[in-house]
Design a binder for this molecule. Structure first.
Ligand SMILES: Nc1ncnc2c1ncn2[C@@H]1O[C@H](COP(=O)(O)OS(=O)(=O)O)[C@@H](OP(=O)(O)O)[C@H]1O
Ligand SMILES: Nc1ncnc2c1ncn2[C@@H]1O[C@H](COP(=O)(O)OP(=O)(O)O)[C@@H](O)[C@H]1O
Length: 199
């Protein structure tokens, strides 16, 4: 709902001012993929590598956000849409704050990811498709959720009983059944340099 009586306030310190102070640009690095594909692992490994280079980062992670901001949401299609909408808005605030936001959510719907892309300026949304075959994710099963989903204990589980729409034109595809975490981080750092987010 939009309200014409609410006016957007310009701030006295701009995004550009904050980026200049930090010495790097800000953006959203949006990791998407199946549960167990490696989104959290890669987002955290990249954040650590960036932090070591004095780059300001913040990781928004599925499980953590669902404990707080989005604890009222479940896994129905409507709730997943709202989950990603809110996270997109939060990530946009981080970009405005001059920080690189790394998000690790399944974000199964293409339209929702594209909606987040449209919230920020060109080049500020980097979609990382964390690609891993369902069979491999299921074998990893770091939280034992696939086993429960197969047993019918978790309804609407992504990849089993709920869809995952692959990105059509992600900025990068990381195949975690082929690359090590170290190799993936190297590729991502190279991409950030090529996109002139970091120097
Ligand atoms: N039904 C169902 N489907 C998928 N995932 C489930 C489900 N129920 C619980 N979980 C756990 O919740 C994590 C996914 O939350 P997300 O916020 O990333 O999901 S979504 O983007 O709204 O689809 C996901 O975490 P990750 O394994 O880190 O992806 C699961 O641990
Ligand atoms: N190349 C890789 N990249 C990322 N994770 C990997 C890789 N190889 C094995 N793994 C393992 O796969 C699991 C991925 O879990 P997690 O990062 O929580 O995935 P997600 O956040 O997508 O659910 C971890 O146990 C991780 O150690």
């Amino acid at each position: 709902m939009s309200d014409k009586s609410i006016v957007w306030h310009q701030t006295s310190v701009s995004k550009q001012d904050r980026q200049a102070l930090n010495g790097h640009k800000s953006c959203i690095i949006w990791f998407t993929g199946l549960s167990g594909s490696g989104k959290s692992t890669l987002a955290n490994a990249l954040a650590k590598a960036l932090h070591e280079q004095q780059v300001r980062t913040y990781v928004l992670d599925g499980d953590n956000i669902r404990h707080g901001l989005n604890k009222d949401l479940g896994f129905s299609p409507q709730d997943r849409v709202e989950n990603i909408r809110r996270i997109g808005e939060v990530a946009k605030l981080f970009v405005d704050a001059g920080i690189i936001a790394l998000t690790a959510f399944i974000s199964p719907y293409r339209a929702d990811r594209e909606q987040v892309r449209s919230l920020v300026e060109d080049g500020e949304f980097i979609e990382v498709y964390v690609k891993c075959p369902l069979s491999e994710c299921e074998q990893r099963d770091p939280k034992g959720l696939y086993k429960k989903a197969r047993a019918g204990e978790i309804p609407e589980f992504t990849g089993i009983s709920s869809p995952y729409e692959e990105p059509e034109q992600p900025e990068i595809i990381i195949e975690t059944d082929r690359l090590s975490v170290k190799e993936a981080v190297e590729q991502l750092l190279r991409l950030l340099k090529d996109c002139q987010i970091i120097s």
